[in-house]
Write a protein that binds this ligand. Structure first.
Ligand code: S3P
Length: 166
């Protein structure tokens, strides 16, 4: 059975897909993203799934997407920012090389701003970010084998730091 070389976790907008693709290039490996897997399988945007069926239904789809990507992908795998909310999904990550890309609240507000494609940030982004980070930081830390801070760093610098750290 194949397994990912590196799993990336961290909040939306932290650069998981950009950094993940850079890491995949450097490692000569493939890149996969569970958000993309879900969109392809469902034939709908993530925002639509949230609106039509709610967050719990999305998390259930996400858990299955993580399970099959972990079992079937040799390369770099990026998870959606909220994947760690689900205890089963966190358990699936045990024994994996998991890099948590972190950023502070001000960096998050600066990077994402008001982004309608991200349903969790539709109103009052600064407050939402503060609450989201408070609720999730310890979950990212729980699953991570390595933490790489991204504040003030380019994606290339973050990828280098991640490669040095794993
Ligand atoms: C979410 C993050 C998104 C996506 C969905 C929910 C979250 O992924 O899975 O909108 O709960 O933080 P990205 O982190 O890839 O943007």
């Amino acid at each position: 059975m194949s397994a990912p070389l590196i799993v990336l976790v961290g909040p939306m907008g932290v650069g998981k897909s950009t950094v993940g693709q850079l890491l995949a290039e450097r490692l000569g490996a493939g890149y996969r993203d569970t958000d993309e897997d879900i969109v392809a399988a469902q034939g709908r945007a993530i925002a639509e799934i949230f609106v039509d069926e709610g967050e719990a239904a999305f998390r259930a789809l996400e858990k299955e997407a993580v399970r099959s990507a972990l079992a079937g992908h040799e390369g770099v795998l990026a998870l959606g920012g909220g994947a760690v909310l689900d205890a089963d999904t966190r358990a699936l990550l045990a024994g994996q090389r998991v890099v948590y890309l972190s950023m502070d609240v001000e960096e998050a507000v600066k990077r994402t701003g008001l982004n309608a494609a991200r349903p969790l940030l539709a109103v009052n982004p600064r407050r939402q970010w503060r609450e989201l980070m408070e609720a999730r930081r310890h979950l990212y830390e729980e699953v991570a084998t390595v933490v790489v801070a991204t504040d003030g760093r380019t994606p290339e610098e973050v990828a280098e730091a991640a490669l040095d750290a794993v």
